[in-house]
Design a protein around this ligand. Structure first.
Ligand SMILES: Nc1ncnc2c1ncn2[C@@H]1O[C@H](COP(=O)(O)OP(=O)(O)OP(=O)(O)O)[C@@H](O)[C@H]1O
Length: 733
């Protein structure tokens, strides 16, 4: 059905402006769109699989139907160039004398996996492609070494990327009948941090006592904030969380503070904080996790007898996710295994996505140079994803230059093909994804089958809102604050809030930041508002103890607050930017700290959200509802997963939606900028990120390629362009 009525006026889908589809969809959700023929409510279909059309939501006698004649940009499927061919297994395990303990546990392995399990002596590099059974191999290898080769578990060190992974490995080991729980408990397993911590604290309990450990970020933040006050950094303005990340990066890459000579103001301030942070820790005899790693390395170097003792104790090393190792970790492992060189590392250079934290994929790429006698086993059978997904992932990653060449092979094919779909913008993208999930749920899928992945946390705003509206169960894997509570978003919203309630103290506190006024001014404003019997906003114009240019500016902007309340939210935001000085503030501070999630980008995201609302109070109500909802998600066990790509690493889902497959999003702007400046590495890491995202999917992967992002025209991601050249620009609009 193409036509419908809204408030008695016809809506023709074929001539409706493209950007209006989302608004009509929302009206149809509220029952405001009715059938021209029977007068019953209609819904607008705005999913992925079909052209948008109106349909009767309830069964009805009205049989009137029309198709949408608009030229619509239908999704494009990826057809693998080579059809699926079932590979013939050359040998069965039984024929090769399959290992007792594995057959007892019912664990099947392919030839390469079996080799990786049974090669226990000397350096071994297991290059394990995505979904190739890395975890299965590590577990089977551990079990084999203990139960079949009689190697003492206490002489083995098993390092995993997360504590959870170590725990899972132990649980899997328990399912092997040949594995005794006591043997498992003797294994030294865990993350680098936990294992090395045990080593240093065992040697020098006093120095490394847990009471001195800065375990939480807030503890470290407290210290650098103290240092920040020494140079007058405002607590609400400076991105301390980013500074901590940067400091950690410098420490993990062993960058000495004296070697840093930044020109940017933010970096220079962070270098100061780094220096002072180190001094303060030393003075108070505190330490953080990074110190502990460095401390472990220094301890082993300075005490050869101790190093020998550890070398004698640990004879076998198994390291998972080796592509994410950093310099200090690598140095320690080299020292520990120098004696036996029984070092088995497992990883996938194509899944190295943590260089911003100091991880360095070159360690895996150069492993056989450092250990020339290395045996390399490549696991190329992908047991997770269908043939078309594997084929697409292979092609995407093959465009990276610095990688070990390898090609994954799928074990099965599925009817569903990878799909590229073309929403108008972020809002419509969210709608299409949720509609598609709904359709699949109606056809028997389970919410846990789905993951919605995105490059940065802020990109989840629209999909989060649409999922809240839809009442579908979902989980948000995030350690960041909700979108509307982000610093720059709060600063901007403060203007809108004060336009409705000029006495909103919290908003005034945020407003002072973007006006470059000190926090203490709030007290003065409160006093003035009582003395002069005026609102906090009006009191701004009465401040005396500020610079004359500031007084002038405040006098100009105070009357504008009233005006803001009467405008549409998007217009109001534009007024805040242009007439009230917010753009200047953004220019000065919007790029602080985090190159991945910039304040200036957050503001563009707010505008996309604001566009849908007619009044400022309605927009603010929506924001408060969403902020409240964000506190109550994650209550469902069986839920759709919403996650950044980074957090989805190691996980698998039946269906994966990848949002924002456009330039600037993935690859991220910062990588494009680095590329323009001659550095290709960030761009290659972005491609690996996309590769990680694709390889999470078992049966279906869906790429959203919106034609607008952050209110500007967007181009399809360069990583995917070759697959979607068929679409003409004309159709995309
Ligand atoms: N030999 C095998 N036969 C059948 N299925 C297997 C085999 N090896 C692994 N699998 C299955 O393949 C899937 C992927 O395995 P696993 O999660 O261990 O892969 P991975 O290498 O850790 O993946 P990634 O690095 O992409 O996270 C799992 O569902 C696992 O049970």
């Amino acid at each position: 059905m193409e036509r419908a009525l809204y408030k008695g006026k016809p809506i023709h889908l074929s001539v409706l402006a493209r950007e209006k589809y989302e608004a009509v969809y929302e009206l149809s959700l509220r029952g405001k769109i009715v059938c021209m023929h029977c007068g019953e409510p209609l819904k607008l279909y705005l999913g992925i699989q079909k052209t948008p059309h109106f349909y009767h939501n309830e069964p009805t006698a009205c049989s009137f139907s029309l198709t949408n004649k608009r030229q619509w940009n239908m999704p494009i499927a990826y057809e693998p160039p080579v059809p699926f061919q079932q590979k013939k297994r050359t040998k069965t395990y039984e024929a090769t004398g399959y290992l007792r303990i594995l057959s007892e546990a019912g664990v099947s392995l392919d030839d390469a996996q079996l080799q990786a399990v049974t090669t226990t002596e000397g350096p071994l590099l297991v290059l394990a492609g995505a979904g190739s059974g890395k975890t299965r191999v590590l577990t089977a290898r551990t079990a084999y070494m203990i139960a079949e080769k009689g190697i003492s578990p206490s002489s083995m060190m098993l390092v995993t990327f997360t504590t959870k992974a170590a725990q899972e490995m132990k649980e899997r080991l328990l399912t092997y009948p040949a594995m005794h729980p006591t043997a498992i408990s003797q294994l030294v397993s865990g993350t680098f941090h936990s294992i090395f911590y045990r080593m240093v604290s065992h040697t020098d309990r006093e120095r490394w006592h847990t009471s001195r450990l800065l375990k939480w970020d807030w503890q470290r933040e407290q210290l650098i904030k103290e240092a920040g006050r020494e140079i007058g950094l405002d607590e609400r303005q400076f991105a301390y969380d980013q500074a901590l990340q940067q400091i950690s990066y410098w420490k993990n890459t062993r960058t000495d503070v004296d070697d840093l000579h930044p020109t940017e103001q933010w970096k220079a301030q962070t270098v100061y904080l780094y220096k002072r942070y180190e001094e303060m820790k030393q003075a108070q005899r505190l330490f953080d996790f990074d110190d502990m790693l460095i401390g472990c390395y220094d301890m082993l170097l300075e005490r050869p007898a101790l190093l020998t003792r550890y070398q004698e104790r640990f004879r076998y090393f198994l390291i998972d996710e080796f592509q994410d190792i950093n310099q200090v970790q690598y140095d320690i492992i080299n020292l520990l295994c120098a004696h036996t060189r029984n070092l088995c590392v497992v990883g996938d250079d194509d899944q190295a996505i943590y260089s911003f934290r100091g991880s360095d994929p070159s360690f895996i790429l150069k492993f056989d140079k450092n250990y020339p006698e290395t045996k390399i086993i490549t696991l190329t059978e992908n047991y997770r994803s269908s043939h078309s997904i594997v084929s697409l992932a292979n092609t995407v990653i093959s465009r990276n230059r610095s990688r070990q060449k390898k090609q994954m092979n799928a074990q099965f094919s599925a009817d569903e093909l990878p799909l590229f779909f073309f929403p108008y913008d972020e809002e419509e993208e969210a709608t299409m994804v949720v509609e598609d999930i709904k359709e699949r749920l109606e056809n028997g899928a389970n919410p846990v089958d789905f993951a919605i992945l995105y490059r940065t946390n802020t990109a989840s705003r629209a999909i989060f809102e649409r999922l809240v509206q839809s009442k579908l169960p979902f989980m948000l894997a995030s350690d960041s604050e909700s979108f509307y509570e982000r610093r720059f978003v709060r600063y901007l919203l403060a203007y809108l809030r004060l336009s409705i309630n000029p006495n909103d103290e919290k908003a005034m506190n945020d407003l002072l930041v973007s006006l470059f006024l000190k926090q203490t001014i709030l007290q003065e404003l409160k006093a003035l508002s009582i003395l002069e019997d005026c609102s906090l906003v009006k009191a701004l114009a009465k401040l005396t103890n500020i610079q004359p240019f500031q007084r002038k500016k405040l006098k100009e902007i105070v009357p504008l607050f009233k005006q803001l309340a009467k405008l549409k939210p998007l217009e109001a935001i534009e007024l805040v930017e242009t007439e009230m000085g917010f753009s200047e503030f953004l220019k000065k501070r919007g790029n602080d700290g985090n190159i991945i999630e910039r304040g200036a980008d957050d503001i563009r995201d707010v505008k996309v959200a604001a566009k849908k609302f007619k009044t400022v109070p309605a927009f603010l109500r929506h924001i408060d509802d969403m902020t409240e909802s964000a506190k109550h998600v994650n209550k469902h066990e069986q839920a759709i997963q919403l996650s950044t790509i980074h957090r989805a690493k190691g996980l698998e889902y039946k269906y994966v939606y990848i949002l924002g497959a456009v330039e600037g999003s993935i690859p991220h702007d910062y990588a494009l900028e680095a590329y323009r400046n001659g550095d290709i590495l960030p761009l290659e890491e972005e491609r690996r990120l996309l590769y990680v995202a694709i390889t999470r999917a078992r049966y279906g992967v869906f790429f959203s390629v919106p034609s607008q992002r952050r209110l500007k025209a967007a181009a399809p991601s360069r990583f995917l362009k070759e697959f979607i050249t068929k679409i003409s620009e004309g159709v995309r609009k």
